[in-house]
Design a binder for this molecule. Sequence first.
Ligand SMILES: Nc1nc2c(ncn2[C@@H]2O[C@H](COP(=O)(O)OP(=O)(O)OP(=O)(O)O)[C@@H](O)[C@H]2O)c(=O)[nH]1
Ligand SMILES: [Mg+2]
Length: 209
Amino acid sequence: MNSFDYLFRFIIVGDSNVGKSCLLLQFTDNNFRNQHETTIGVEFGSKTITNNNKKIKVQIWDTAGQDSFRSITRSYYRGAIGGLIVYDVTSRESFDSINRWLGEIENHANEKIVLSIVGNKADLTEQRQVSFQEGMDLAKKHNLRFFETSAKTGMNVENTFLFTSVEIISRIESGKLEPSEEQGIRISQSKPPQEETQGDDGEKKSRCC
Ligand SMILES: Nc1nc2c(ncn2[C@@H]2O[C@H](COP(=O)(O)OP(=O)(O)OP(=O)(O)O)[C@@H](O)[C@H]2O)c(=O)[nH]1
Ligand SMILES: [Mg+2]
């Protein structure tokens, strides 16, 4: 029995402190931490979700927002087919950085990468500096999907990964996207690859770099 039908590699980028690691933690463990433990290099997580009876294994590289880690984090961009560009709805500065992150992705990621813009910390209504409409308009301008999330309450976190994955599937099915390992896509064969039969079910976390 295969552990997945599709495997997609994702990256999460965005300024430091916007909640990238908390989004990953909420998605993989349904958990939240109040402290900002700045990511050193890259952290990894994965989870299998289901859509239309198909199992989608999402492998995620959560990158450090701090500039000093940029050369390490960039090396992970190329192998990803899904990308979340995250800002914090309570920080205008992090929203203004989105264009810079789009430039980073354009220069260093696979040109076929399927991106979504994510406005996180939507639970902090009193401190909000960026409206839903502004986020939506920016995403529309770049022809990208847009989600507001809360890594604290879990609002929209799974949907963000799910709908971005569904878009990847739709591009594969329409022939716009050629599935390949280098592009961060694996489609399950009738006989699963060796490593997938050895109990690596993917609900794992580790840290590197
Ligand atoms: N209220 C609220 N706080 C959040 C949310 N997401 C993250 N935070 C808080 O924001 C801070 C930063 O979260 P992190 O996930 O560590 O930020 P990061 O983007 O990974 O930062 P770097 O690793 O430095 O790039 C922490 O204090 C979190 O508790 C959210 O949705 N709502
Ligand atoms: Mg982090």
